[in-house]
Design a protein around this ligand. Structure first.
Ligand SMILES: Cc1cc2nc3c(=O)[nH]c(=O)nc-3n(C[C@H](O)[C@H](O)[C@H](O)COP(=O)(O)OP(=O)(O)OC[C@H]3O[C@@H](n4cnc5c(N)ncnc54)[C@H](O)[C@@H]3O)c2cc1C
Length: 314
């Protein structure tokens, strides 16, 4: 029994790590090298508390994600996790369990550099994030220590797959094309920026009108905006008092996979699987663990029941 994982973004490295951790021989290949754009630009915010609705299979996985991330953080110290909680305003009308409403003074104390303090905000203490630029190489190294082989600059070619190997396609938006299957994977464009600034400006994951921002590691910030990308640092300065310079390190709009029906995880043919997720940072450690267990034991994971590609055929 051997495995080939196609794609070394966050999803692929999590799947490969879990297979290696389960004691299975795995090779991970990528047509490129380094952290791919959809993962590198990610805000990398995850949590298990939600006031809204998640598509189908995500609902069944949500309660597992924090435990899987905590386990990964303990096993892979270089993943640069930050357990900060989030602050979001304006708050929604309904406050779900696990959330709390905080008033102006509390927000000001929690985020002392705020210039624009809202009357109230939603606080989710269990929300967290990681730094994708350090997490992906760290998880990959951990998989390699467990015996996984990594082959960068190696596009997938069916004829190169060892006889009898099972292939898991985790190639993000390219998955249908690379795997040669018709999957209902839409795409959504998102603008992400990484910038340098004085450390400690932002203490939580802050979702304010116009932008969402978090400190990924001291002095390194991740930002996404639905507003004008060119004006996002100006907007940041409107919200936060900044003594010092802000220096963009990288930015751009990237396409992320957006399967309409939620995560797509499972077989698309004999010995061929896909793992395509919209909130890939949130769900990849859980999906990787469940998929690896399923492939090792041959027992379908009930938690993935509503994620099966066959259930969402176009
Ligand atoms: C701006 C932005 C903000 C986001 N914020 C969040 C967030 O806060 N929380 C969250 O959970 N998610 C977030 N996401 C989504 C999350 O980052 C992605 O779902 C996740 O990173 C996707 O990882 P992936 O491994 O599936 O795909 P990718 O990172 O795209 O990796 C796919 C890999 O496959 C490789 N590949 C492609 N074709 C081939 C081939 N033929 N042969 C071999 N290799 C191939 C590519 O080179 C690439 O390395 C965000 C995304 C963006 C863009």
């Amino acid at each position: 029994m051997s495995f080939v994982v196609v794609g070394a973004g966050f999803v692929g490295v999590c799947v490969a790590y879990e297979l290696a951790r389960a004691g299975l021989p795995v090779e991970i290949l990528d047509s490129s090298a380094g952290v791919p754009p959809a993962t590198a630009r990610s805000l990398a915010w995850f949590g298990a508390v939600s006031g809204g609705t998640w598509p189908r299979g995500s609902e069944d996985l949500l309660h597992l994600v924090l435990d899987d991330h905590r386990r990964l953080a303990a096993e892979v110290p270089g993943a640069a996790y930050r357990w900060t909680g989030s602050l979001d305003w304006p708050p929604p009308a309904v406050i779900a369990p696990g959330m709390r409403l905080v008033d102006r003074d509390t927000v000001a104390a929690m985020e002392p550099h705020l210039r624009e303090v809202p009357e109230a905000a939603l606080h989710i203490p269990t929300d967290a994030g990681l730094d994708p630029l350090t997490a992906v190489p760290a998880i990959l190294r951990a998989a390699q220590r467990l015996g996984a082989r990594y082959r960068p600059h190696t596009p997938y070619r069916e004829q190169d797959v060892p006889a009898g190997a099972t292939v898991i396609f985790a190639a993000g938006v390219s998955t249908p094309e690379v795997a040669g299957v018709d999957l209902p994977i839409g795409t959504s464009a998102a603008f992400g920026m990484r910038f340098a600034g004085p450390p400690g400006l932002v203490r939580h994951i802050v979702a304010a009108p116009g932008l969402v921002v978090r400190e990924a590691r001291p002095g390194r910030y991740l930002l996404i905006t639905r507003g004008d990308p060119a004006a996002c640092l100006d907007r940041f300065r409107e919200i936060f008092r900044v003594d010092g310079t802000l220096r963009p390190l990288s930015c751009g709009t990237v396409l992320r996979a957006a399967p309409a029906s939620g995560p797509l995880v499972g077989a698309v043919g004999p010995g061929r699987y896909v793992a395509v997720l919209h909130a890939g940072i949130t769900f990849a450690p859980t999906v990787g663990r469940l998929l690896a267990t399923e492939l090792r034991t041959g027992e379908p994971a009930p938690e993935l029941h509503r994620c099966r590609p066959a259930r969402s055929a176009p």
